[in-house]
Design a protein around this ligand. Structure first.
Ligand code: NAP
Ligand code: MG
Length: 453
């Protein structure tokens, strides 16, 4: 049996050995989920809601344990990891409200009565990347379970530990066996089997655009339901009429949070020419005081990158770019990389176009609002973006003009579990979170009952 050795990315010390599931093992997990579906879908709505609330309560009891596990496995700062563990709990709690509110409609038609039902799909396969192992898992499994589906979940090979623990906690909370099964292993084996196995009726994939396209092609064979959350190359647009101090203080967190390993990272900074020099001076101060340190320390704002290979990939972008200034990072073991600001020679430079997924910010200047919008939209991606201005008309105009699913004004926050999240263009397909996510895990059935005249 193949085993992956899990490293702590801040120390390079091995912390676990996790067996990779082979194809027969995946088939067995899917079969178990298909069997469990028959009884889970029949659990009365109030009881399904109660079990999910109990699951949220058990997650709440294990917040610190889950957070520290993520610090060790993914190198996330303890502050972020606590937010992430809290997010899974909140998302399970939020969708626990759904089973009792899974309404259909009564639609006026001639000759009878017409009603619709929201029916579960069956087994849902959730494929999770390594950058936010807990939240991304929860955004898939919580609404899926609420709608009456069962879930097989594949964590990323590099970061399976929190998902495996959440799977145990689900059983402890009283979710029946087979309702939520965590299946660790390779994308090419476990993830691929979710795509090809006929009992899996929907795939929820978060990861790179390249792998996502392959999954979309694969799902076509069985016309399988699919949600894709893919990459991003998001713009932070700072206008001359912004509160510059606020914009400069916020920019590093907008791009370097989670070491830039965030599909919403604001990795393109567009600054209006008239304030460019002033803004860059303030940005340099903010970048130099950004604390990159042991992710377990309370003061850490950024930890290491996930792996040695990933650090090499990030470094290659920086070697090819024109570095304006950098922050600092610890020496010694661990996959550290300092926050880095690049001023590309043109908007066609690789660092300005491609998702680096590391702590690298590329800055360009613009003259007019139209030019800012044109640069922001000159990308195959469309996930998120930020607009810094004190002018409300401009804030609204630019928010509407940028082709992306999640825009923040005078802020870089993109994720709230109450609101829809997802991408335009090649950043994805479908939406997660918010009030409508459960509908994406159902088929809508229409029933017509003829009434005699
Ligand atoms: P990735 O290589 O696409 O992997 C994502 C997941 O898919 C992993 O679990 C991976 O398994 C699995 N996988 C790989 N090949 C597969 C295949 N052929 N069939 C089925 N599953 C397969 O992405 P990553 O490198 O982990 O994550 C970084 C990317 O994710 C970035 O591009 C980022 O923008 C994107 N991302 C997007 C969002 C969003 O919401 N839009 C959120 C987070 C991340 P292994 O672990 O075995 O490789
Ligand atoms: Mg990968």
């Amino acid at each position: 049996m193949t085993v992956s050795t899990i490293l702590n990315p801040a120390t390079e010390v091995p912390i676990a050995e996790i067996p990779a599931t082979d194809e027969a093992g995946v088939d067995a997990a899917i079969q178990k989920a298909a069997t469990a579906f028959e009884s889970w879908r029949a659990v009365a709505p109030g009881d399904r809601a109660r079990i999910m609330r109990r699951f949220a309560a058990v997650l709440d009891d294990h917040q610190e344990e889950l957070a520290w596990l993520e610090v060790a496995n993914a190198g996330h700062t303890i502050g972020n990891a606590r937010w992430e563990a809290g997010n899974v709990r909140d998302v399970v709690e939020y969708y626990a409200g759904a089973p009792e509110r899974l309404f259909g409609r009564q639609i006026p038609v001639p000759g009878g009565v017409d009603i619709t039902f929201r029916e579960p799909l069956g087994v849902v396969g959730v494929i999770v990347p390594w950058n936010f192992p807990m939240p991304i898992a929860g955004w898939g499994f919580a609404p899926a379970l609420a709608a009456g589906n069962t879930v097989v979940l594949k964590p990323a090979e590099l970061t399976p530990l929190t998902a495996l623990r959440i799977g145990e906690l689900a059983l402890e909370a009283g979710l029946p066996e087979g309702v939520l099964t965590v299946v660790p292993g390779k994308g090419s084996v476990v993830g691929q089997r979710f795509v090809t196995h006929p009992a899996v009726r929907k795939v929820v994939f978060t990861g790179s655009t390249e792998v996502g396209k392959g999954i979309m092609r694969g799902c076509a064979d069985q016309v399988k339901n699919l949600t894709l959350e893919l990459g991003g190359k998001n713009a932070n647009i700072v206008f001359a009429d912004a509160d510059l101090e606020k914009a400069a203080a916020a920019a590093p967190g907008g791009v370097f949070d989670n070491s830039g390993q965030d599909c919403c990272s604001r990795s393109r900074l567009l600054v209006q020419s008239s304030i460019y020099d002033d803004f860059m001076a303030q940005l340099e101060d903010a970048v130099q005081s950004f604390t990159v340190a042991d992710p377990g320390s309370d003061s850490a704002e950024m930890g290491p990158l996930i792996s040695s290979d990933h650090r090499d990939a990030v470094a290659a972008y920086v070697a090819a770019g024109e570095v304006a200034f950098t922050g600092s990072a610890p020496d010694g073991p661990g996959f550290w990389f300092p926050p880095t600001v690049i001023t590309p020679s043109s908007i066609s430079a690789r660092d300005f176009r491609e998702e680096i997924f590391g702590p690298v910010l590329s800055v360009v200047r613009f003259e007019t609002e139209e030019e800012a919008v044109r640069i922001a939209n000159d990308t195959a991606y469309g996930l998120s973006g930020s607009v810094f201005t004190e002018n409300l008309d401009r804030a609204m105009r630019v928010s509407r003009a940028v082709e992306a699913g999640n825009i923040s004004v005078n802020s870089h926050a993109s994720v709230r579990y109450w609101t829809p999240f997802g991408g335009y263009k090649q950043s994805g397909l479908g939406r997660e979170l918010g009030p409508d996510a459960v509908a994406a895990f159902t088929e809508e059935k229409n029933v017509f009952l003829a009434t005699s005249e």
